[in-house]
Design a protein around this ligand. Structure first.
Ligand code: ATP
Length: 240
């Protein structure tokens, strides 16, 4: 398991001949095996934070440290499967030395048993996202980055996948950063919810979900809805 620490992170991007600071003074300590939901308004810098954790971009100030070498599984907003490869081909591309049985097993874990010879074009959006989750998990990540993984799905399918993801997270124990716009998803899946806000943005509120709810958090539980209401209120307060 791996712990991740963001300390005084600042990230700037080139903008109209100058620079624009997106994140500033951002601090976050993620415990090994912890699931953190990152919530915030569109454009505040959540994906940028995931990209920093993935090593796809570098902070301009501050320090990002890991308690062990990171092995990153990244599920993007869209599945980003390679269309000319079968699902087996997509999975073995990121993890070449696995057996066909292992590929079948990973696909079965996400509800895609027997689909290894399908091409991405033969899949529904929900199935493609499941395949993207399988591709992230086959490398046995100790750090899982999920960027609005169910954002493009209908609510019923998203809900099924949330329940499956919760089960998978409990199995893998990967330290997880989950970006979501859905406060119910955040409450159902996360140990803590971090609200990112401000201009430049940083962590503005941290909600310890585990301190308020036990692990069984069905979608229709009024306590889940009450806490998600609190998340919405805090977000609205930040926007005001
Ligand atoms: N490579 C880049 N070059 C310049 N600006 C960038 C770059 N990447 C992101 N930005 C800017 O940084 C800001 C934060 O982007 P980011 O994608 O991290 O936001 P977000 O919170 O994930 O948004 P959303 O919820 O809409 O996905 C945006 O204003 C975006 O335009």
């Amino acid at each position: 398991m791996i712990g991740v620490t963001f300390e005084g992170i600042e990230k700037r991007f080139a903008h109209e001949g100058g620079t624009r600071t997106i994140l500033q003074h951002l601090n976050l300590e993620v415990a090994p095996g912890e699931v953190i939901a990152l919530v915030g308004r569109s454009g505040c810098g959540k994906t940028t934070l995931l990209n920093l954790a993935a090593g796809l971009t570098r902070a301009d100030e501050g320090r990002l440290t890991f308690s062990a070498p990171p092995r990153v599984g990244y599920v993007f907003q869209d599945a980003r499967l390679l269309p000319w490869l079968t699902l087996e081909g997509n999975l073995t591309l990121v993890q070449p030395n696995v057996t066909a049985a292992r590929v079948s097993h990973e696909l079965a874990r996400v509800g895609l048993a027997g689909r290894q010879r399908d091409y991405p074009s033969q899949l529904s959006l929900g199935m493609a996202q499941r395949a993207a989750v399988a591709r992230a998990l086959i490398i046995e990540p100790n750090l899982l980055l999920l960027d609005e993984p169910f954002g493009a799905l209908d609510e019923l399918t998203a809900n099924e996948l949330r329940a499956e993801l919760l089960r998978l997270l409990q199995q893998t124990r990967a330290t997880t950063l989950l970006v979501t716009h859905n406060p119910i998803e955040a409450v159902m899946l996360a140990d803590r919810i971090v609200i990112i806000a401000g201009r430049p943005a940083r962590e503005r509120h941290v909600i310890d979900v585990n301190a308020q709810l036990d692990r069984s958090r069905p979608f229709d539980d009024p306590r889940v809805w009450a806490l998600s209401r609190k998340v919405i209120d805090l977000l609205g307060h930040e926007a005001a």
